[in-house]
Design a protein. Sequence first.
Lengths: 267, 397
Amino acid sequence: MQTPLASLFVKVRSENRAALIAYIPAGFPSQEGCKKIIKAFVDGGVDAIEIGFPYSDPVMDGPTIQAAADKALSQGTGAAEVFDALKYATDLGVPAVVMTYWNPIEKYGVEKFALSIADNGGSGVITPDLTIEESSDWKAAVEKIGINPIYVVAPSTTDSRLGQVTARCSGFVYVASLMGVTGTRTAVSSGAPDLVARVRSVTDTPVAVGLGVSTREQAKGVAGYADGVIVGSAFINKIIDAPDEAAGVQAVKELAEQLALGVREGR
Amino acid sequence: MTTMQELAGHFGPYGGRFVPEALIGALEELDAARIAAQTDPVFIEELAELHRTYTGRPSIITEAKRFAEHAGGARIILKREDLNHTGSHKINNVLGQALLTKRMGKKRIIAETGAGQHGVASATAAALMGLDCVVYMGEEDTKRQALNVARMKLLGAEVIPVTSGSKTLKDAINEAMRDWVTNVETTHYLLGTVAGPHPFPSMVRDFHKIIGEEAREQVLELTGRLPDAVLACVGGGSNAIGIFHPFISDREVRLIGLEAAGDGVETGRHAATITGGSPGVLHGNRTYVLQDENGQTIESHSISAGLDYPGVGPEHAYLHDIGRAEYRAITDAQAMEAFSILSKTEGIIPAIETAHALAGAMQVGKELGPNAVILINLSGRGDKDVQTAAQYFGIPL
């Protein structure tokens, strides 16, 4: 599917670097604050943005993103706010996708959700708990509307299954670097390069690595073997740790600048 | 009743697998292990021996003649799962899955618990089989069920209070799933109900259907016929599916599940998922869910921690849709009345969960009249609920 996201990976490949992909849940720290963070991402050199759909039961997420999602939900964040944040990002000219657990899509309406993604300039959707066995309705919808379905693969995914899952992916393949939930870690898993190599042996779709990346050094390391570096919890920690919103926005921009350097130093 | 769809983990449109890809390998491994075990005489005999010598199976049936006076005079027969070791039906599933854990070469089990019955049963099986055991329990529930927390600790388990979300059973399941995603190579997630991703709903049912198999024979022997109705409480629905399943092809036997209406379904403060919810996805399967317009799970409410869950097993969702089983909602007040009546008429203090089924029997008995035979799954005993009940009835402790 030829989306702004797909074009981005063509561009970064030509520049011989990795893309920096940043995550923020809609409605966090507030609906307006989320937009300031998105602007800080863009100003800091982020290449693509994931807007999280806050969900009550996020089993793939660690405490940082859970806490951010809980805060967003307590402020009434729903589909309208997710699409509003998505539109804000794409209006800034940056490729953007939504990351959401499956139930909010099913409740919204499967094809309608895909259509709202496209209507708001979005390139695709990351679905961390949608297995390929349950994805036939979603496959039909994304193909009809023309957006990228992005699935997550894990170190435990067998080679034969990697082939099946990546065949359903476009835009990029989301590689979970380790067995676990989202969150910053002192080191990126040593298993990540192996998994990326296994993914590359079954698909030409770009590969982005998430889970555990928080520093320029880690971004540099991952950029050495992946097409994209995904950072989420590290940004949220900056917002949580800041004394006020303005300081949080500034800290996010500075971290983005550091990571943007990292993704250019990997090769 | 096993259809091709069920082989793929579906019950009509319900069930399936909605989980992080990281868990697929473990679910496949578990499915292969349980299918192999089902036809392995060694496994079958090992589990049967444990049930004879440890669980205390077969559990007896008791005709509740004095209670029946409050149920329209119908014959009321109680299947006494409360007499099992650890005090509820939960042990049936736990021993089966613990044996599977050993067969898969894993040394650690994790479990979620609401009322604490499944946590206690899991800790018990872990102690018996020399497995490490971690139980996730909502912080709210650790307060409501402090006695069971102590029991788990005495049995050598680690109990981790869960402080995220609503701090109840649903969040305990989330936390157990996160642990499992992280430690899946060494750890089996010993899920306690007929929910979760395939193969849990089918596997847990298969370990509990011994309840219905025994009860069907016992009722036939006692009364010379099949019951008119089989009743059980439904949270996730494990004890209900266990007693329902062997009766599914007996079309003349009504299957009635009793959900927790809390303060009343109309108040929004309830846990009656089929009665008051809608189809959605929660905890790895498609089923009825209490959810808002954005697909966010709504907190459930019930006096009974074991029924306080905003989802329900996918097979129940299917049995409801095809009309093979009926689901009714029983309020806290109705359940506590039945709790009191059974205690005072039969000398049996039931779990508050089970009291919902008893309250249902009081309704159904009056509807069917004195010629009816009603089988109730007395799924658990009320020792753990003494504090809650004493508070409810104003008995000073």
